[in-house]
Design a protein around this ligand. Structure first.
Ligand code: ADQ
Length: 406
């Protein structure tokens, strides 16, 4: 147990086998790809499924003695879908909520998961189930109604099944506005902005910041940028694209593949388009602090956020939050990111279409100041007000208002 700023954290060790089967296996090679609509990358291994259940049981066993009678319990994300049911089987009567940070797939995809019904039945042991958007919520309710035969009240999100009920609702997550805005006022942030501006000189900086994950649409994005340079070769000298993408989940094969593919595509464009004094794409394989990211975002006139599928995507919100209100940059956003449901004033694109991405880049480069301001003003209020503290309050207040299970 560790105490840090009023927060106590309890951790347990996982064995190499647990990490292999539970984390790299079922969570990140089965649930993550399937929930991001990637049936082609989804692995269905009985052994990893067992590891997932075993580790969830261990988490339940470890956390149960720490829970007090009037505690609200809030479980997060796809690694822990069955945890609530494991806690209930130990006699826990507290209110238990669950939030899914990633999409919920359409029923037709979800039923490809062996034991899909068992997994959703365990989820109905939660009192409150939160999703990022109405779209993922609707997919979940559709599954409950069509596959489980549960009774669903669409108005309240109440799911009644085999004598018990749970409520499902959308709670779009926000950024930590106060923290992020404060980071933007630091010297570190200003220096980062200056570094970026001085290194790009008279050229327009366009930025992408993502974990190196196939759901983020990075190779597809590079194809779109390549298409833009093909269609507008005269603009190669005007634009520099900066991609910041630190590696993640490097033990999973599909992640090694995506890294290789991105390096290859970036190399091809740079090979074909570079001059002695100019490299069109800068690819940086590391992470930066939020202060530095704020500065990079502010110094970039275009933010490119084009996931193929994303629960929400906080980078889109951070990019807008970092802009100068008097001269804001343009956010190009995938219509398949959960964030698109709140940020309809971004330039929305289909990330699978290089022509669409190319067209959006041209539009962003040429967008007049009054339109940039109008779009920024339409988005900034929700980014500032629907922040992560507000999100926490909304979820916890709703959870606390529900009756306890008896
Ligand atoms: P992620 O897939 O990690 O999260 P995202 O929301 O875009 O995606 O990013 C989370 C945070 O990581 C942001 O604060 C961002 O600044 C930071 N980050 C990303 N790339 C970085 C980099 N190169 N260097 C430093 N920091 C970086 C999951 C879901 C999302 C959902 C979040 C929160 O996949 O859809 O928005 O959870 O619910």
């Amino acid at each position: 147990m560790q105490r840090n700023g009023g927060v106590t954290t309890a951790t347990i060790d996982l064995s190499a086998r647990d990490i292999d089967e539970y984390y790299n296996g079922y969570a990140n090679s089965t649930l993550w790809p399937l929930f991001h609509y990637r049936l082609d990358l989804t692995e269905y291994e009985r052994e990893t499924g067992k590891g997932y259940e075993r580790v969830n049981e261990r988490f339940a066993e470890s956390v149960t003695p720490l829970i007090e009678d009037d505690d609200l319990v809030w479980v997060h994300d796809y690694h822990l879908l069955p945890l609530g049911e494991r806690l209930r089987s130990r006699g826990l009567k507290n209110r238990i909520g669950f939030f899914l940070h990633i999409p919920w797939p359409p029923t037709r995809l979800f039923v490809s998961l062996p034991f899909h019904e068992r997994l959703v039945r365990t989820m109905l042991e939660y009192d409150l189930i939160g999703f990022q958007t109405e779209e993922w919520l609707e997919s979940f309710l559709h599954y409950c109604r069509k596959e489980l035969g549960a009774e669903v009240d669409d108005a309240t999100g109440t799911i009644t099944f085999e004598g018990r009920s749970a409520v499902a609702k959308a709670y779009p997550i926000g950024i930590d506005w106060d923290h992020f805005a404060a980071q933007g006022k630091t010297g570190e942030s200003r220096q980062a902005e200056q570094r970026l501006i001085s290194s790009t000189r008279h050229r327009t900086a366009m930025i992408g910041v993502d974990r190196l994950d196939y759901s983020k649409g990075l190779p597809e994005r590079i194809d779109g940028i390549g298409r833009f340079f093909d269609q507008h070769p005269e603009r190669v000298r005007d634009l520099v694209y900066i991609q910041i993408a630190p590696p993640s989940r490097e033990d999973v094969e599909s992640y090694q593949h995506i890294r290789g593919l991105l390096e290859q595509k970036t190399g091809q464009i740079n090979g074909a388009r570079s001059e002695v004094d100019l490299v069109p794409i800068r690819y940086v394989n590391r992470g930066y602090s939020h202060a530095e990211l704020f500065g990079f975002f502010r110094g970039s006139k275009i933010g490119l956020v084009t996931p193929l599928r994303d629960g929400m995507n906080l980078v889109a919100k951070e990019y807008v939050a970092a802009q100068d209100p008097d001269d804001p940059g343009v956010l190009i956003l995938s219509r398949f990111a959960g964030a698109a449901s709140q940020l309809g004033d971004a330039v929305l694109v289909n990330p699978h279409s290089p022509d669409d991405v190319s067209h959006a880049i041209k539009k962003a480069l040429e967008m007049p100041l009054d339109e940039r301001k109008r779009r920024y003003n339409a988005m900034i209020a929700t980014i500032r007000d629907d922040n992560v503290q507000d999100w926490t309050k909304r979820f916890c207040n709703d959870l606390a208002a529900l009756p306890t299970k008896n």
